[in-house]
Design a protein around this ligand. Structure first.
Ligand SMILES: [Zn+2]
Length: 148
């Protein structure tokens, strides 16, 4: 089971939704989140921060390394990228606001079902494909093909 984690960014304008794989890491490993608005003045520290499309996640790496050491993951392997890509602590969905937007967009499309059933079926089909393509084009990390 994965607990839903919501974390406000430093300027308070945005809320990021997180998902920590099997709750191995508690929400407290997320130290700070910066949205594109408040990230511009941040000096990125690659040892503790992950940058994704102008958003920044800062992890409590000491806590992460301590907890992942119990799972026999060597400390040298544990980087912000590793935590994010292996889903130990990552966006819920593709982007920090994906889930909220996805629910809202889906509701809009569902309204179509009442007016135009055929159009609805076409729209819902292309919707998720187009959405994923847009995320990939925008450069979101989770939408990029994995090279590893
Ligand atoms: Zn912000």
């Amino acid at each position: 089971m994965c607990m839903k984690i919501e974390f406000p960014c430093q300027c308070g304008e945005e809320n990021a939704q997180f998902n920590n794989l099997n709750n191995i890491l508690p929400p407290s490993v997320i130290e700070k989140v910066y949205c594109p608005e408040c990230s511009s003045e941040v000096t990125v520290n690659k040892d503790t921060m992950l940058v994704d499309n102008n958003w920044i996640i800062e992890y409590d790496m000491e806590q992460v390394k301590f907890l992942l050491a119990k799972m026999d993951i060597p400390a040298a392997q544990i980087t912000p990228e590793f935590i994010f890509d292996e889903r130990y602590s990552t966006w819920q969905g593709v982007t920090p606001t994906d889930m909220v937007e996805s629910i809202r967009e889906r509701e809009e499309i569902v309204k179509l079902a009442k007016v135009d059933k055929k159009k609805y079926v076409e729209t819902i089909k292309s919707w998720s494909i187009n959405r994923m393509q847009a995320f990939m084009d925008a450069g979101w990390r989770k939408a990029q093909p994995r090279t590893a």
